[in-house]
Design a protein around this ligand. Structure first.
Ligand SMILES: NC(=O)c1ccc[n+]([C@@H]2O[C@H](COP(=O)([O-])OP(=O)(O)OC[C@H]3O[C@@H](n4cnc5c(N)ncnc54)[C@H](O)[C@@H]3O)[C@@H](O)[C@H]2O)c1
Length: 319
C-alpha cells in the first residue's frame, strides 16, 4: 500500500510516516516545509519505501505512482492575532486540490479535521452527529472551524457526486515530541518552553477553560487503523481522550513535573482579534472510535507530559 501524506513533515504527519514505514507501507511525504521541518523526517530519508517531495501541494498535479490512500494533514490553524484570510482560503483550496487528486487516482481520502468544528456546543461529550455551534462571523477565530466544516462537507459531496471514498477524523488537542513550541502547537509546548527558560507562563483568558489532550502515539495508532480499514467510507470519527484538565491546572502540572515554580501572565481574550471567543470545555465522545477502530487511548496525561518534557530537554541538550 502506498500512502501520500500531504503535510507529512509536520508534527502529526512525521509520526504517522514513522509508524507506517515500520509496518512496511510505502510513504510519500509532500510538504513545503512552511511549518514542518526536515529534522522531523530526516531519519527516514534513504529508507526503503520512503519518498519526500519538497513542494507546495498545489503544484502537484501528477504523481508517478497511484497512492492507495491520500491523507490531508495540511492546515492553517486558528488565527489568534491575524485575519482569517489565509486560514480560510488555504485550507479550502488545499482540500479541494487533494480531493481532485483522490478522484483522479481513485485513492481513499482521509481528511484530518479538528474538534474546533464543535465550536461552542455544550452537548458533552461531543458526538460526531451532534450540532456544530459557532460564534459570530465578526469573531475571526471561527475561520479555522468554518474552513474545516466546509472541507468536511466538500469531501462528503465528493463522495456523493464522484464516488470518492472519504473518511473524516476530528482530532482533539494533541501533544508530544516534535510539537511546535509556540501557540501553533498548543499550550503544552508553550508552557514547557516558558518554564524551562524561566519565563512567565502565558494563560489566555482565566485559564479555567477545560480541554482534553491526547498523546501523539495514540493519535497515530488510531490513524493507522483508519488507513488500514476499508469500511469507513463517509464516516466522521473523533480521536481524543476523556481525561479533562483546565489550562491553569495543566500549567501547574507541567511545572510540577519539571520541578519549576510557575509564574503566570494572564492575557485577556480582547488582546487577540476582535470578539475572540474560547469554548469553556472541549471533550469528545470516543465510542465511535472504540467501535470502529478498537481505539482506546493508552497514554495518560501524566505519562505523556513526562515523555514530552524528556524530549524537550534532549533537544535543548543537543542544541
Ligand atoms: N496538532 C493538534 O493539536 C491538532 C488538533 C486538531 C487537529 N489537527 C489537525 O491535524 C493536522 C496536522 O496538524 P499538525 O499539528 O501536524 O500541523 P503542522 O503545522 O505541524 O503540519 C502541517 C504540515 O503541512 C505543511 N504545509 C503547509 N502548507 C503546505 C502546502 N501548501 N503544501 C505542502 N505542505 C504544506 C507544513 O509545512 C507542515 O509540515 C492539521 O490538519 C490540523 O488541523 C491538529
Amino acid at each position: 500500500m502506498q500512502i501520500l501524506l500531504a503535510g507529512g513533515a509536520g508534527f502529526v504527519g512525521s509520526h504517522l510516516a514513522d509508524a507506517l514505514l515500520n509496518k512496511g507501507y510505502e510513504v510519500l511525504v509532500i510538504d513545503n516545509l512552511e511549518k514542518g521541518s526536515i529534522i522531523n523526517i530526516q531519519h527516514n530519508i534513504g529508507k526503503h519505501g520512503f519518498k519526500f517531495i519538497k513542494s507546495d501541494i498545489m503544484e502537484i498535479t501528477e504523481l508517478k505512482e497511484k497512492p492507495d490512500v491520500i491523507v490531508n494533514l495540511i492546515a492553517s490553524k486558528i488565527p489568534r492575532y491575524s485575519s482569517g484570510y489565509i486560514t480560510l482560503t488555504k485550507n479550502i483550496e488545499v482540500e479541494r486540490h487533494l480531493l481532485e487528486l483522490s478522484r483522479k487516482y481513485n485513492s481513499r481520502h482521509i481528511l484530518i479535521s479538528t474538534s474546533d468544528v464543535y465550536g461552542k456546543s455544550t452537548d458533552f461529550p461531543l458526538r460526531e452527529d451532534g450540532d456544530l455551534v459557532l460564534g459570530p462571523s465578526t469573531s475571526r477565530r471561527w475561520c479555522y472551524a468554518v474552513s474545516k466544516i466546509y472541507n468536511e462537507h466538500l469531501s462528503l459531496s465528493y463522495m456523493d457526486e464522484f464516488g470518492v471514498y472519504v473518511t473524516i477524523l476530528r482530532y482533539f488537542g494533541i501533544y508530544g515530541p516534535r510539537q511546535h513550541l509556540n501557540w501553533w502547537g498548543g499550550p503544552v509546548g508553550v508552557f514547557i518552553d516558558a518554564l524551562y527558560n524561566g519565563n512567565k507562563v502565558e494563560i489566555h483568558g482565566t485559564g479555567k477553560q477545560k480541554r482534553s489532550f491526547i498523546y501523539i502515539d495514540d493519535v497515530v495508532k488510531a490513524t493507522v487503523k483508519v488507513i488500514e480499514s476499508s469500511n469507513l467510507n463517509g464516516e466522521i470519527i473523533n480521536i481524543g481522550t476523556e481525561e479533562e484538565i483546565s489550562i491553569l491546572e495543566l500549567a501547574r502540572k507541567i511545572a510540577l513535573l519539571m520541578d519549576k515554580q510557575a509564574e503566570f501572565k494572564f492575557v485577556p481574550y480582547e488582546n487577540f482579534s476582535k470578539n475572540y471567543e474560547d469554548p469553556q470545555r472541549r471533550v469528545g465522545d470516543i465510542k465511535k472510535a472504540q467501535k470502529f477502530l478498537g481505539f482506546k487511548p493508552e497514554i495518560t496525561l501524566e505519562e505523556g507530559l513526562k515523555k514530552t518534557i524528556k524530549w524537550y530537554k534532549e533537544q535543548k541538550r543537543s542544541e
